[in-house]
Ligand binder design. Sequence first.
Ligand code: ARG
Length: 569
Amino acid sequence: MQKLKEEIGAVLAPLIGMEVGQVLELLEVPPEPEYGDLAFPCFSLAKQMKKPPPVIAKDLGDKLSGQKGRLWGKAEPRGPYLNFYIAPKAYSHEVLKKAWQEGDQYGHANIGRGRNVTIDYSSPNIAKPFGVGHIRSTVIGHSLYLLYRALGYNSIGINHLGDWGTQFGKLIVAFKRWGEESKLKDDPVEYLYRLYVQFHQEVEEDPALDDEARLWFKKLESGDQEAVSYWEHFKKLSLEAYASIYSRLGIEFEYYHGESHYNQMLERVINLVQDKGIAKESEGALIIDLEPHDLPPVMLRKKDGATLYITRDLAAAIYRKETFDFDRSLYVVGAEQTLHFQQLFKVLELLGFDWAARCAHVPFGMIRFKEGRMSTRAGKIILLEEVLDRAVKMAREIIEEKNPELEDKDGAAEAVGLGAVRFGDLSNDRVKNIEFDWEKVLDFSGETAAYIQYSHARICSIIRKADGDLMAWNDEAAGRLEKEEEITLVKTLARLPDKVIDSAESYKPSILARYLIDVAREFNRFYHNCPVLSSEPEIKQARLLLIDATRQVLANGLNLLGIIAPEKM
Ligand code: ARG
């Protein structure tokens, strides 16, 4: 696509007295294939040429009539546009060759040139449920992590664990009174939550517990050894439990810098804010008035001296800039925290940090799990684990039914199950609320990961059956494609690099997800109309290269969504 653009730019630029770069920026992909493959809009020339755009388009069309380039076959005016059509054979050759040469790097680019992007994602709270919001943050955040990495950025995943706050005072009290070490070890995440809930029940009868909890949190804050060792113990066990889910999902964080990591820096933040003169005391508390910016005030310190979530986020933002000198800093957190991030970024701006503009909140809506299939067991609080198990189990049943002969059914079920959960989330525009329908996300012919994975596995199987006929690149064969279904598929494959960029820049993995559905659809249409193995040797070679490029696009695209594409299923 880029080469095609450049070729057209080089032809048009001298005709209209523009820089090639300007022409490239103006070229657009027409909404309908019959309007060509790239269109040059003539509006911007109208003033200077003193002619209406359609006349300019027609003049240019006349000048180029009968001409063609290497990758484009003809140029035709249509209304205010000059439409360019590819030269099918040369263009297919170009696309297939690129996919072949770049292999698992096809779709990747070096836009980032090694610059750092920090991605704050997943970030559960110790002793509270790992709920729907954390599932979405984990899945979306991880895909953004992979997308930025593929674009040559150095992705830095940060788990901003909720590992500080008054709940730890409550947990210590609860554990000292009612806790059992063996139960804690058994299932720490769930057990800590139970203790937390129990504390809230008991405090109804015995309000003194609250004072005790406050006292313990104070001790923790001042570094009391006993308090700290409880806290470390709770944290360590919880982290181990989270780590096992992350590893199942193939996720690794560069840093587990939870909220507590910033404790030492809070003093400095407070001083900074005071030096800038943007904070004021109000009834003993320290607040920043954001009324001139149409935002509610931010409280940095309560009157008892305690700092808040946003105080730690301020420290974290500054720390990230100083430590990683990020090009962008992303926060993948539910839409319900939109106000929090508006306030955070505004305060950074007021502090004079121009990099505040490089911070972005990537919000998302809620998921509702459609009833019927999942029975949330009481006390089971890592919802993510339960969802994954459920999906894998269902995938296993479907695979058993569809392909009882398959060797590694468990492996395939894991890939399809986890793929269903991820894709069920990622294929929706993230700001919308999702209705998660178990039947739908596992439908092998629907708009699902399974459909894409299945298309991929089907191609792998054809290639296996071709029995070594696809071993090497074949220049001649790659230039033989011309049927409509073949060319349409080629054009679809050519779009992967742009889709990866769009997904990353707009923080929307859904763009890539929807695109992969298109690829799988175009592949199936092609395969329905164009036999591969049974066609004549010349055609067969060409089509094998085409399906191999398709295989590569599907695998690379799924991988960027964090989804595995098994070769058999
Ligand atoms: N732990 C928080 C929660 O569960 C999310 C943290 C998001 N990251 C941040 N830097 N605030 O709501």
